[in-house]
Design a protein. Structure first.
Length: 369
C-alpha cells in the first residue's frame, strides 16, 4: 500500500476507532497488558511507536508491526515515521488532547531511528530495555487487521480517558518575541511566588528550558518527581537534560533552606553518573551561607568539577534574552503535561491553570481598550 493510501486508510480507521471504541471487543489479555504498560509508562517515544504499529496493522494486515523504516530488511515494510508524523500526531492533537505527550516529531528520537524494533537495538538497561522487549515479543502476536482493530479500540479508550483527565489547555498565541518574553517573565514571576513542595520551582525550570530548546529535537528534558528520588535507574539529578540521548546537563533544585551537605550529595550523584558539572538552582524560598558555598565551589574547581549555583530568577532572565522563540501557551501546556507525567499534586496543576486564566483574562480586557 502506497503512503498516501495508507495515510487515508489510517485516518478513517482512527476516526472510526474513536467513535466505536466502547462497543469493540477486547483484545487478548497479553495485548491489553502491553498497551497498559507502554501507555502508562514513562517513555514517550515508545507510546508513539505502539500507537503507530497498531494503527498501521489495522489499516493493512500485511504490514509488519515491528517495522520503523521502509528500508528495513524484513517483510511488510512501510514508512512508520511518515504515518506517525503526518497522521497520528495531528489526530492526537485534535482529538486526544495530546494524551501521548504532545510531541511534534516523536520518530526523531533515538528509539525510533532504528530500521525496526529488535531485541538487539541499543537501549538503556532497566525500564527502557523491558519496554523494548515487551514490544518485540507481543506486537507480532497481532496477526490480523481484526486483532489490530480490537487493540486500537482498547488503546483509544485508554487515550480518551487520559485526554479527559488532562486539564484544559491554553491557546498558543503568537506574539512578537519581546512581548512574549515579557508575558512569560510576568507569568513565571507570579508562579514562583508559590512553593508547593518544590514542584513550582521544578516546573518553572522545566518550562523555560523547554521554551529555549523547543526548536531543537536533539534535546530531551527528563524531570523527576521530587518525592520519589532514585525511582528511575536513569535519574541523576532532579532534572536531567539529554542531547542525542546522552546526558548533557544536570540540574539539582532547592526551594527551601540548604547547606553544604545538600550540595555535596548532589555533586556525589553527578560524579557517580559520570558527569563533571552540576547546575544547582535555588528558588525564592531558599536560603544558604553564600560564603561557605563559594568556598566549596572553589575547592571543586581544583578537582576539575564545575558547580554552578544560580537563583531561578537570574537563570530565567538569562534564557529569555537568547531564546529563539517564545510562547506562553506552549510553555503552560508543557508544564501541565510534565506535572501529570511526574504525578505532581493536583494543587500545582490547578495553580498553573488559575494563573494562566488570570493572564488570559487580563489580555482580553486590555484588548477592549
Amino acid at each position: 500500500m502506497k503512503n498516501n493510501e495508507l495515510h487515508k486508510s489510517a485516518r478513517n480507521i482512527l476516526a472510526s476507532a474513536l467513535q466505536d471504541c466502547d462497543s469493540a471487543p477486547l483484545p487478548e489479555e497479553e495485548i491489553c497488558e502491553l498497551i497498559d504498560t507502554i501507555i502508562e509508562g514513562s517513555h514517550k517515544t515508545y507510546r508513539y511507536i505502539l500507537f503507530t504499529a497498531i494503527t498501521a496493522k489495522a489499516a493493512d494486515s500485511n504490514l509488519n508491526p515491528l517495522v520503523l523504516q521502509k528500508k528495513a530488511n524484513t517483510w511488510g515494510t512501510y514508512d512508520a515515521r511518515s504515518l506517525c508524523h503526518k497522521v497520528l500526531v495531528p489526530f492526537e492533537r485534535e482529538h486526544l488532547n495530546n494524551s501521548l505527550g504532545g510531541s511534534n516529531e516523536p520518530f526523531l528520537n533515538k528509539p525510533a531511528r532504528f530500521e525496526m524494533l529488535s531485541l538487539d537495538n541499543a537501549v538503556r538497561n532497566g525500564n527502557d530495555k523491558k519496554l523494548l522487549n515487551l514490544l518485540c515479543v507481543r506486537l507480532p502476536k497481532i496477526k490480523s487487521d481484526a486483532e489490530a482493530w480490537a487493540a486500537l479500540c482498547y488503546l483509544m479508550r485508554l487515550l480518551r480517558k487520559k485526554a479527559e483527565a488532562i486539564p484544559e489547555r491554553f491557546i498558543e498565541v503568537q506574539m512578537e518575541r519581546g512581548g512574549a518574553a515579557i508575558e512569560i517573565r510576568s507569568f513565571l514571576d507570579c508562579f514562583l511566588e508559590h512553593n508547593n513542595g518544590g514542584e513550582v520551582l521544578t516546573l518553572a525550570l522545566a518550562g523555560i528550558l523547554n521554551e529555549f530548546l523547543t526548536d531543537d529535537p536533539t534535546y530531551r528534558i527528563e524531570v523527576h518527581n521530587l518525592n520519589q528520588s532514585g525511582a528511575s535507574s536513569r535519574e541523576i539529578s532532579d532534572l536531567d537534560l539529554y542531547r542525542n540521548e546522552k546526558i548533557f546537563a544536570l540540574f539539582e533544585l532547592k526551594d527551601k533552606d540548604f547547606d553544604i551537605p545538600d550540595i555535596q550529595h548532589a555533586v556525589r550523584k553527578a560524579i557517580e553518573g559520570g558527569c563533571d558539572s552540576l547546575n544547582f538552582i535555588y528558588g525564592r524560598f531558599a536560603s544558604f551561607d553564600s560564603q561557605t558555598v563559594q568556598s566549596y565551589r572553589t575547592a571543586l574547581i581544583e578537582d576539575s568539577f564545575c558547580l554552578n549555583v544560580f537563583p531561578i530568577d537570574a537563570f530565567i532572565d538569562s534564557l529569555l534574552i537568547v531564546a529563539p522563540s517564545l510562547n506562553l501557551g506552549r510553555m503552560i501546556n508543557y508544564m501541565l503535561n510534565t506535572a501529570e507525567s511526574c504525578h505532581f499534586s493536583t494543587d500545582t496543576s490547578s495553580l498553573l491553570l488559575d494563573i494562566g486564566k488570570d493572564f488570559e483574562e487580563t489580555k482580553m480586557t486590555s484588548q477592549h481598550f
